[in-house]
Design a protein around this ligand. Structure first.
Ligand code: NAP
Length: 233
C-alpha cells in the first residue's frame, strides 16, 4: 500500500522555508506549511491553487504549547511524519558584538534557532519513528562554522554552532533508527535575512535543503552539507 509522504516546514510563510515547502510539494509530498503568524495561510492557499497538496498549521517554534499542538495535529491528521525541516530562523545580528550585545536578542536567537529545532524534533520523534525513513534537516549557516565564520553576528553564529552540535548529538542518539538528521547551509541567499546582494536564489538555497530531506536509506547522518557536499564544522 502506498503511504502518503508527509513533510513539515517551519517558518514557511516566506524566504527559504516557503520555497522548500514549494519544492517538497512539487516532489509529491503533502506539506504542512507552518508559520508563527497566520501569514502562512494565504501562502498555503496559493500553493493549493497550483494543485499542490499544502496545508497550513500555526507554529511558533519558541512556544512549547504551540509545538505540542503541532505534534498533536500531525498525529491526529496523518499518524506519521517523513520529513521535518527546521528552517525558522531569526536575528542575523550584524548590529552588535559580544561586548555590547543585547542579551534579550541573544536569548531569542538561541530560543528560536537552537532550542526550537530541539524541542520540535523531540515532540515529532514519535511521528518520525512511524515513517519508513524519517529525515530531519536543521537549516544552519556557515556563520555557525568554527572554520568559516566571520567577525560579528554573535547571537546568530552561536545559535547555529549550537544547532550543528544538536545535529551531531541527535544523530548519535538516533543511530539505531531509520531516521537521518543533518545540518544544511543553504548558502548566502536573497531573502529578507540574506538581503538583495546575496548571490543565491531561494530556489538554489531550497534545493540544498531538499537534498538532505530526500536522502536515501543508508545516507549520511550527523553531517553538515551545502548542495550535497560536506562543509566544514
Ligand atoms: P527570512 O526570510 O527572514 O525568514 C525567516 C523565517 O523564520 C520567517 O518565516 C519567520 O517568520 C520565521 N520565524 C522567525 N521566528 C520564528 C518563530 N519563533 N517560529 C516560527 N517561525 C519563525 O530568512 P531566510 O533567509 O528564509 O532564513 C531561513 C533559514 O535559513 C534560517 O534558519 C536562516 O538562519 C537560514 N539561513 C539563511 C541564509 C540566507 O542567506 N538567507 C544563509 C544561511 C542560513 P515571520 O515572517 O513571522 O518573521
Amino acid at each position: 500500500m502506498l503511504t502518503q509522504q508527509i513533510a513539515l516546514v517551519t517558518g514557511a510563510n516566506r524566504g527559504l522555508g516557503k520555497e522548500t515547502a514549494h519544492q517538497l510539494a512539487q516532489k509529491g509530498f503533502t506539506v504542512i506549511l507552518t508559520s508563527r503568524s497566520e501569514a502562512g495561510k494565504e501562502v498555503a492557499e496559493a500553493f493549493r491553487n497550483l494543485r499542490l497538496d499544502v496545508v497550513f498549521h500555526q507554529l511558533d517554534v519558541a512556544d512549547g504549547q504551540s509545538i505540542a499542538e503541532a505534534a498533536d495535529f500531525v498525529a491526529s491528521e496523518y499518524g506519521h511524519l517523513d520529513v521535518l525541516i527546521n528552517n525558522a530562523g531569526i536575528h542575523y545580528d550584524t548590529f552588535q558584538n559580544t561586548l555590547d550585545a543585547d542579551m534579550s536578542i541573544v536569548e531569542e536567537a538561541l530560543r528560536v534557532n537552537t532550542l526550537g529545532p530541539w524541542r520540535l524534533s523531540k515532540a515529532l520523534l514519535p511521528m518520525l519513528r512511524k515513517s519508513a525513513g524519517g529525515r530531519i534537516v536543521n537549516v544552519s549557516s556557515s556563520s555557525g562554522s568554527f572554520k568559516d565564520s566571520w567577525p560579528g553576528t554573535p547571537a546568530y553564529s552561536m545559535s547555529k554552532a549550537a544547532l550543528n552540535m544538536l545535529t551531531v548529538k541527535m544523530a548519535a542518539d538516533l543511530k539505531d533508527t531509520n531516521i537521518l538528521i543533518n545540518s544544511v547551509g543553504p548558502g548566502w541567499t536573497r531573502t529578507a535575512m540574506g538581503g538583495d546582494k546575496a548571490p543565491r536564489s531561494v530556489e538554489e538555497g531550497a534545493a540544498s535543503i531538499l537534498w538532505a530531506a530526500l536522502l536515501p536509506e543508508g545516507g549520511p547522518s550527523g553531517g553538515f552539507f551545502r548542495d550535497g557536499e560536506v562543509v566544514s564544522w
